[in-house]
Design a protein around this ligand. Sequence first.
Ligand code: ADE
Ligand code: ZN
Length: 347
Amino acid sequence: MPPHIRPITADRLPALLRAMPKAELHIHIEGSLEPEQMFALGQRNGVALAYPSVQALREAYVFDNLQEFLDIYHAGTLVLKTEQDFYDMACAYFARAQADNVTHAELFFDTQTHTGHGLSAATVIRGLHRACMDAPSRFGMTASLILCFLRHLSEDEAFACLEEALPMREMLVGIGLASSEVGHPPEKFAKVFARARQLGFRLVAHAGEEGPPAYIWGALDVLKVERIDHGVQATHDAALMRRLAQDKIPLTVCPLSNIKLRVFPTLAQHTLGHMLQAGVVATVHSDDPAYFGGYINDNFTQTFAALGLGAQHAYQLARNSFDASFIEPSERARHIARLDAVFETFE
Ligand code: ADE
Ligand code: ZN
């Protein structure tokens, strides 16, 4: 039985949003690399950045669309060289997530960016995996890894990426699809997703961030993914909205990302509230928090203020995040019990 949710006043809402346990299901770990850490890693590895200072770098974070962001994001990954760098980057994120009461995180990462710079997939995966293993004792949270193919590259390159990761199969929970969306429909990756499915990976894909509803249909029906990342363009297709609600397909929505990349003009025009009203299993996440001006609680707090959402929505979104996660069922129950306890006792 879900807890009885008492209405609370608007001034108490930020505290509730902070206190509630939540799962982070849409975070590109390379997008959590803060400028300060980027400069420190650049110095450690002898990599010069194109900007003279942390402040100058931060000021460059103004984007008109996804591609403009991806170009800067890619440049930022050049400072990552060693297994320890990937470990340190993930731990810095876990520390921030813990402060936001994230109790479980599923980290997106891609090896193709880094193998393109001469690193091995093992350097990336082993560093991130070690951080995930240390997350319970160091940061009071569980964590797992989802390897994303880069959709602007070919399917053959995705196959090569999968192959190189297979010796580390046990370190990965799932496979995803990220990078430049428009012009790279899900169908392009039909065969490699079918192979990943055969291998027992959980499947997700970015779809309907900038791309049309047809890309969401394709991700569901051709790639057979279990979750859609973003998916905000679904509201333009009533039949798709019914399908998402009926089949309880989660959409991992990232409101501040959508504003920074100009998917919506303002937060007040974001469709998260409509999605919940339509019975879609939406969740709220941070995408690339170092670039988009906020971590998961910033996404919750600012979106709730802009859309006038309340305690019932807060419970629903946090509950959805655990229901949509790839945690083992017994673990999931433990997370939900802690969530319910917070809502039962919050004054
Ligand atoms: N990679 C990192 N952030 C992304 C986003 N918002 N969309 C697609 N690919 C990404
Ligand atoms: Zn994303």
